[in-house]
Write a new protein. Structure first.
Length: 306
């Protein structure tokens, strides 16, 4: 296994020429649909008013210029086409207030401000947002469908957490299903999407902080699946990324950027295979990419509970 990864890294570094940098393609500026933010982008890309913060004030994401931020202004959540998770509990888009609450909670959970196992009280949300219990319950149900919250009848809501065994199981599942989504997406992916992926791979390499790396890596992979015509599979993948976000962060804080050369090489190889429409090679590269991370989890015995 280690030999295969080494060969991949060597091939990427010696056999592929870097293309000239292209201007960053335009990115979506307005969410579409009921819920589900796939990524969080820095102010340097797009400027939009952010929903009010909820939870602890610390641990906000750091934009690409590495300057810490104290508020949400200039940051946004955006949905990525077919990777949007519809609110199938209501069968209709969330109302404005419920969407605002869901967006703020989603931000805090994905940014690590609300840790796994943190209790989320309806009365606190109602008071913070000046809303009734109805939109609060709608927002909580939406985030439950995204895998970010767990609701218990007559008890309340908690930020989703999992054991080490559960997290490793999800990675084994991801090894199988994400290559399928990538293969399906490659067949329908327009040229403009290829340029976006190449640009993102370059920005992942340039990321100087763990938070920037986590956000850009997430966007790179989820964008590569967005043209798949398998909405149920896409929704499953987003839920798995949501529920394991905190543990990728714990892993990165433990090992740092020690594995960056391998990750960057694998991303370059993926982009090359996608651009050649070689879905067979792309599937196998992605499977190795995810499996390597799982094996690193096992090797480093990353704690899955904060």
């Amino acid at each position: 296994m280690g030999g295969r990864v080494t060969d991949i890294a060597h091939c990427a570094n010696s056999g592929l020429r870097r293309r000239r940098a292209r201007p960053s393609p335009a990115l979506p500026t307005k969410p579409t649909g009921a819920c589900a933010a796939i990524a969080i982008l820095p102010e340097s890309i797009t400027r939009v008013a952010e929903p009010p913060a909820f939870g602890k004030a610390a641990s906000f994401p750091v934009p690409l210029d590495e300057e810490p931020v104290k508020s949400r202004t200039g940051w946004k959540h955006f949905s990525i086409g077919s990777l949007m998770i519809d609110d199938d509990t209501l069968h209709q888009p969330l109302a404005a207030t419920a969407r605002r609450i869901a967006d703020a909670l989603r931000y805090d959970i994905l940014a690590g401000t609300l840790a796994p196992g943190t209790r989320v009280r309806q009365e606190d949300l109602s008071a913070h947002f000046g809303a009734s219990r109805i939109p609060v319950r709608e927002a909580l149900k939406a985030l439950q469908s995204e895998g970010l919250l767990r609701l218990k009848a007559n008890t309340g809501a908690w930020v989703a957490s999992m054991s080490r065994v559960e997290c490793l199981e999800i990675y084994k599942i991801r090894e199988r299903i994400e290559p399928l989504a990538l293969s399906e997406s490659i067949r329908l992916m327009p040229e403009s999407a290829l340029d976006i992926l190449e640009d993102l791979a370059q920005r992942v390499e340039q990321a100087k902080s763990i938070e920037s790396f986590i956000l850009l890596d997430r966007e790179f992979h989820l964008r590569s699946y967005e043209h798949s015509s398998l909405p149920e599979l896409n929704a499953m993948i987003v839920r798995y990324w949501n529920t394991t976000q905190q543990y990728r962060r714990a892993y990165m804080h433990k090992v740092g950027f020690n594995r960056r050369p391998i990750v960057d090489s694998e991303h370059r190889l993926l982009v090359d295979a996608i651009r050649r429409r070689d879905d067979y090679s792309a599937e196998r590269l992605l499977q190795v990419h995810i499996r390597r991370t799982r094996l690193e989890f096992e090797k480093n015995e990353i704690s899955m509970i904060d």
